[in-house]
Each structure stands twice: as C-alpha cells, then as structure tokens.
Design a protein around this ligand. Sequence first.
Ligand SMILES: *Cc1c(COP(=O)(O)O)cnc(C)c1O
Length: 355
Amino acid sequence: MAHKRLFIPGPTEVSKDILDVMSTPMIGHRSKEFSALYESVIPKAKKVLYTDNKVFLSTSSATGLMEGSIRNCVKERALNLVCGAFSKRWHLITKANGKEADAVEVEMGQAITAEMVKDALKTGKYDAVTLVHNETSTGVMNPIEEIAEVMKEFPDVCFLVDAVSSMSGVKIEVDTLGIDVCLAGVQKCFALPPGFAICSVSEKALKKAETIDNRGYYFDFLTFLKYDGKHQTPTTPVISLIYAFDKQLDRMLEEGLENRYARHLEMANYIRDWTREYFDFFPDEKYLSVTLTAVKNTRSISVADLNTELAKKDAVISNGYGKLKEKSFRIAHMGDLTLDDMKWLISQINEILGL
Ligand SMILES: *Cc1c(COP(=O)(O)O)cnc(C)c1O
C-alpha cells in the first residue's frame, strides 16, 4: 500500500529500522530482560535532556503526563501560560483536576514573554507554572531561557514544561534551566510511533508530590519513583515502543545531538526562506519554531486541495489548527526528516501551486 510521507507535526515519519525493532519478540515487564532494557534507556534519555533528575517512562500520550504533572505538582494555584491550543489544553486539564488556576493568555501567534511571567508570579499566588515550549498550533517557540531566568527568582514555584514538539529537535538543558517537569511524547521529534511519553522530574517536584493528596493512581510520580528503583514501570508498559526508543536513542547519539539540532535548524531555515518568498509567517517572526513552520495563507490557496494534490505524490502537510484552518498551514521539519526531504516537498508544492 502506498504510504503518504508525513510532513505533519506528529506523528512524524518513522524509519524502517525502527519499525523493524518493534517486532522484537515480547518479554515480561517484571523480567530481568525488561530491567536491562530500562537501564539501557534511562541514561541515554538523561543525556538528551541534559539532566540528573529522574526520568520516567509513561505508557500514554503526552497529555497523560500533562495531567500527571498537574496532579503531582500543583497544591495552591497554577499559572497556565496560554498562547495556543496545547497551552490552553493544559489550563483546561488543570481545572478539570479540580485545581485552582489562572491563565495568562496572549493572542494566537504571539509568544509568552519573561515579563508576563514575572508580573504574574510577583503576586505570590502561584506554586506552579505551566509553559508549552513549542506551541504546535501556532508555530511559536517561546523564549524558554528568558522565562527560566525569571523562574529562578521564584525557587518555590514548580516549573512545568511541555516540550512535546521540541524535545530532541532543539537543545533543552533541563538542569541548567531549572525545569522541574519536562515532558514529551515520542511521536514528534523522536520520530517514533505514538503511545509513549517521557518526563524528567526534579527532586523538588518529588518532594512537593509527597505533600499533595489525591495525586491519582496512573500518573502518581511517587509510584513511578518506587518502580524506578527496580528498573521497572508501575504498570505494563508499551514494551515494543521502549525497544524502539532504545534503538532511536542510539541512532540519535550516533548522529550527535548537536548535529541533530543543526539538521533541524537547517530544515527550518530552508522552509522559512520559502515562506518569506511566497507567503508570510503566521506567528510573530521573533519567535519562530525550529521544528515546524506555520505559514500564513496570504495567497488564499485551498490548503485542502493542496493536500489532495500532495497525496497523489504520497505526502501530507498539516492544515491550520482548529480555527486557523485554511488561514494557515503547517509544515513540520522534525524527527528523522532531512534537508533533502524539505527540498523535495517544496519542489512538489511549487509545482502544484505553480509558483
Ligand atoms: C502533540 C502535542 C501535545 C499532545 O500530545 P499527545 O501525545 O497527543 O497527548 C501536547 N502538547 C504539544 C505542544 C503538542 O505538540
């Protein structure tokens, strides 16, 4: 069957050798073999996250860990920084879990700034902040370094970061930035099939969790910590994907993390040049994402028709997210894709649109 190559911001294209590894015969999740796999994966994941914190493996999509971080780390009141659909989701999750929360919201396409965070935290109302590093719905990459500097002035506040569509495509130094929970699903920059997510959890976040009742069951970080001591997960994990994760981490470290980031930036620069020439950016140009580009549809093309034509060439891009449909479209340049893939895609799009 013809396969449409994915130029969408998740799931991303998965390499053949990764798919092959997923057919490794099954093992028991309480076996020595599984603990060996776990012990192989965790140190490599810590390298990718530049952290000495605990790293937990969650059999869920990333949203599960967004919920988990709220249940484990919010006691008083959360500050949700909202700049698009996924950061908005985190606000809804916070409320849905019965936690007090306020949203500081900017228009779609705008970024969260350090000043906004500082002004909100100065009120002293909050014990946790949620930040989506790379807002996949708008193509904005928030200035995490500057925000992290502000967070350091408020050491009692937990810094929760969704890096779902940036982790491993862009350098995120968890310990240097002082991130308490940094989470991602593996179907974006890690270029694995969906169904699995990881997070780093700081000592501070674990201590905080100890003081919080009703952490829930499935995403209780203290249960994850207990099983981590045995090199296991609390419940039956998606073992096939953990084999794939192990293999992908090897491939990533073989490529070299710096080379991997450079490849992502190189692809981004290529798509940005094309966007400047023929369209415009949807987001504020100061905060362009390195892993996907949201293009403003200044030529009023039919994005749906473009995708229909691309499908005949076995490729697919993303329409705008939600109400940004047809007003924008998104080209992902993340995971295992290369500059050659971008050149190929753009040549197809140019041909279809007659550019
Ligand atoms: C994709 C995405 C999510 C949701 O991930 P799931 O794995 O579908 O739960 C959350 N946040 C961001 C920024 C994303 O890009």
